[in-house]
Design a protein around this ligand. Structure first.
Ligand code: 1GP
Length: 241
């Protein structure tokens, strides 16, 4: 079965999924073995790898090292076509559909094709929707796009639905890494009830209760980056998925 089929099966069975997001630029290489150990101990079901300014050589090294000791699927979450590694298992092939910057709607995707053609990566097309979180996040700065108003749930819903109608396999509601405010629960709920495809939610989720609430609101997969990066024992109080 493919990564995507597993996600669909989990959604159908109401089994919640959890991705730990690693930024290769922030990895402390001397501590990588213990980090991988913590990932294995955690309830994570996926490892996402991405960051704003990653070089591909360290990306390859990181993935090869993780794969030696971790069986979780490794999914690229790239900000640029240079952030592709054939050693991963899959890639979220993102289109930043909340924005109006053609580079992030089609240009980077076009440039990624010759690279992807040389890999066996599972390509998972994903409608990526950036929601305003109270301050400028890296996604906003790097992509030069405006996030959607967090007080306009209808616009967010229609954007997600347009993403589904375009044939995306996933919708990712993103507040941005390190966001002060996560995606509103009401928004998660409204989107999840009105799309058929699985829903990913991430950005600014910093405690286990917030993960649980995002699941209850309808998120199928929650992404945790900063909280785990700051504290590898973040998941020590095991949560039930
Ligand atoms: C960012 O959604 C992810 O793309 C994770 O965000 O770093 O805030 O957990 P955090």
């Amino acid at each position: 079965t493919t990564i995507y089929q597993e996600i669909q099966l989990a959604k159908a069975a109401n089994q919640k999924l959890l991705a730990i997001l690693l930024d290769p630029d922030k990895i402390i290489w001397e501590k990588l073995d213990s980090l991988i150990f913590k990932i294995n101990q955690s309830p994570a079901t996926h490892v996402f790898i991405g960051g704003s300014q990653v070089e591909s050589n360290i990306l390859d090294d990181l993935i090869v090292r993780i794969k030696q000791n971790c069986i979780l699927p490794i999914v690229l979450f790239p900000g640029h076509p240079s952030q592709i590694s054939k050693y991963a298992d899959g890639i979220l092939f993102l289109s930043l559909i909340s924005g109006r910057n053609p580079d992030y709607l089609i240009e980077h995707q076009l440039n990624a094709v010759p690279v992807l053609n040389k890999t066996q990566l599972e390509i998972i097309s994903t409608g990526y929707v950036l929601i305003e979180s109270g301050h400028e996040t890296a996604v906003e700065r790097v992509s030069k796009t405006k996030p959607l108003d967090r007080n306009n749930p209808e616009l967010v819903l229609h954007t997600a639905q347009a993403g589904e109608m375009l044939g995306n396999k996933l919708i990712y509601l993103e507040a941005g890494s390190g966001a002060k405010q996560a995606v509103p629960l009401e928004m998660i709920s409204q989107v999840s009830k009105n799309i058929q495809i699985p829903l990913i939610v991430g950005g600014g989720i910093v405690d286990l209760t917030a993960i649980e609430k995002a699941y209850q609101a309808g998120a199928d997969l929650v992404v945790i980056g900063t909280a785990f990066e700051k504290n590898a024992d973040f998941f020590n109080t095991k949560i039930k998925l």
